[in-house]
Design a binder for this molecule. Structure first.
Ligand code: C2E
Ligand code: CA
Ligand code: CA
Ligand code: CA
Length: 274
């Protein structure tokens, strides 16, 4: 295969072509969906083990496009990260989360709303500023916003100082950061040292294999590590009573997962709050 300039370029397999096509269709439809605000948000409750109450929710993006149907976050987010549209999704989710936190607050519930951000979004030097502006515009107190950062991406050296500075700014304003998918990336300990993290979210792959003694020991170690660093420890993907009991016994602070509650609409969450 030759391009217009006559250079030989690598030929793609049929399946790579199909993927490329689908990705570019998703990108086009996503631009439109963002423009028309056709994405929506589900909220998954987080149970405080000590009080037995829901103290927070995680906001999760959902997209059901009229032409291409449902696109799962696992497919959507990597494409959005590659194309830069992740920043637009991030702004959309932030705005929604803040508006919802304010609505719950007005109804008498102090529910912390967590949004997911990729470290990539913090490459934008105006990230902290625009988050604070959204809080102001929506009237959402900083104390009701939490930001989950995944350790999937290595911190790039050039961006590192700016990312840390922005996170510190936000932390000083009262926003809390969680380290998401803890234990799966290669950056965990480095992130814990460098970033202003207050919450550890143990990845669901560990919770899923809690039937194995080795995993139990590992998860127990993670919880104790978190505690020794004065961090709040969250377990995600809690699907069974056995998992809930084990995590409660080893002192995990907050539980999230289908056994506690599935992600649901804001109205669904409101009806759970008493
Ligand atoms: P995550 O942040 O680790 O979110 C938890 C995922 O596990 C969610 O999948 C949730 O629906 C699912 N989940 C919750 N409880 C259980 C359970 O008990 N069992 C099982 N098997 N799954 C459970 P979802 O919504 O499909 O999101 C997948 C990933 O996509 C998220 O993983 C997150 O990394 C990313 N994501 C979702 N929404 C956003 C967003 O608004 N922005 C960004 N940057 N990423 C997002
Ligand atoms: Ca998350
Ligand atoms: Ca996670
Ligand atoms: Ca995950």
């Amino acid at each position: 295969v030759r391009n217009a300039g006559g250079d030989r370029i690598v030929s793609l397999s049929k399946s790579s072509h199909v993927t490329l096509n689908r990705n570019s269709i998703i990108e086009k439809r996503l631009l439109l969906a963002l423009d028309q605000k056709n994405l929506h948000v589900l909220y998954q409750p987080q149970l405080d083990v000590k009080t037995g109450k829901f103290t927070g929710v995680e906001a999760l993006v959902r997209w059901d496009d009229e032409e291409i149907g449902v696109v799962s976050p696992d497919e959507l987010i990597p494409i959005a990260e590659e194309t830069g549209l992740i920043n637009n999704i991030g702004s959309f989710m932030l705005e929604k989360a803040c508006e919802q936190a304010v609505l719950w607050k007005k109804a008498g519930h102090n529910i912390k709303v967590s949004i997911n951000s990729s470290v990539r979004e913090f490459r934008d030097k105006n990230m902290a500023k625009s988050i604070l502006a959204t809080l102001e515009r929506t009237g959402c107190p900083a104390s009701l916003l939490q930001i989950e950062i995944t350790e999937k991406f290595a911190l790039e050296a050039e961006a590192e100082t700016s990312i840390i500075k922005q996170m510190r700014t936000l932390e000083n304003e009262g926003i809390v950061f969680a380290l998401d998918d803890f234990g799966t990336g290669y950056g965990s300990f480095r992130y814990m040292q460098l970033l202003p993290i207050s919450i550890l979210k143990i990845d669901q792959t560990f919770i899923r294999s809690l039937k194995f003694e080795k995993t139990q020991q590992l998860v127990n170690g993670m919880v104790q590590l978190g505690k020794s660093m004065n961090l709040t420890v969250v377990a995600e993907g809690v699907e069974t009573e056995e998992q809930k009991d084990f995590l409660t016994n080893i002192g995990c602070d907050i539980l999230q997962g289908y056994f506690i509650s599935k992600p649901s609409s804001s109205n669904g969450i409101s009806s759970l709050l008493v």
